[in-house]
Design a binder for this molecule. Structure first.
Ligand SMILES: [Zn+2]
Length: 237
């Protein structure tokens, strides 16, 4: 299992680590700050830096086949012969890209508060975020934008904590997503709270306060199917 440093501190941009395995499918480390694609959020990109200054570019991060395994996907030009099991590296994420993921991801929690319907799809990238809501009612772009601006401006603190699986079972209304179930089997589940706004299980990375989201707006509302409304977010800058 890879030690997932980003779960406790989403603001870590780099860490020291050792190579656990390396092959054509990717690079495994004993610990990492790279978020693997999951829960709708895109994986991180960045570099692995060797003691002699050599850098291997990482273009994406995914979950491996084994539980808790994280695979760093090297760029095609990365020289994997520089790495062996035990090689120490500094793992550093592309923070500009990740911070956009964090801002969008936190904004999707605000949307969940503004639209009280189950979520049945989610995608968070550096350029846009989209959420699919299981609902038939029409949505109004102007009122959603006003709601987002209000929640961002109100400066709500964002934090995580761990609850037991039993506690989650006793509060099934916490689960907003139909498409992503919280990971089970570890005995505990991570919940994200936007203070006074939203509380739900989530393993992703978020900003620490809603003001950090900045100017995010609804760019598109689509009727994806008879019972699905898709809301797309973008940055206004
Ligand atoms: Zn989240």
């Amino acid at each position: 299992m890879t030690d997932e440093l980003f779960r406790e501190d989403a603001r870590l941009t780099q860490c020291e680590a050792h190579v656990v395995a390396v092959d054509a499918s990717g690079i495994r480390l004993d610990r990492t700050v790279f978020y693997p694609q999951g829960g709708g959020q895109a994986g991180d990109a960045g570099v692995l830096r060797l003691a002699d200054g050599h850098e291997l570019r990482i273009v994406d991060t995914k979950k491996g086949a084994a539980p808790g395994e994280i695979v760093h996907l090297p760029a095609p030009d990365a020289d994997l012969t520089l790495l062996a099991v035990g090689t120490p590296v500094t793992a550093q994420i592309d923070w500009q890209r990740r911070h956009r993921h964090m801002r969008f991801h936190t904004a999707t929690h605000l949307l969940c508060a503004l639209i009280p319907h189950p979520v049945d799809g989610c995608s968070i990238t550096a350029d846009y975020a989209r959420l699919d809501f299981h609902m038939t009612e029409p949505l109004d772009k102007e009122s959603l934008n006003a709601g987002l601006a209000r929640l961002v401006g109100e400066a709500h603190a964002v934090s995580h904590r761990w609850i037991s699986e039993a506690e989650l079972d006793a509060n099934p209304q916490l689960v907003r997503s139909m498409s992503v179930q919280p990971p089970r089997g570890q005995g505990r589940v991570r919940v994200m709270e936007v203070e006074g706004v939203d509380l739900q299980p989530c393993g992703g990375t978020h900003v620490a306060n809603t003001t950090e989201i900045g100017h995010v707006v609804v760019t598109k509302i689509e009727k994806k199917s008879a019972k699905t409304r898709r809301v797309v977010l973008g940055f206004a800058e």
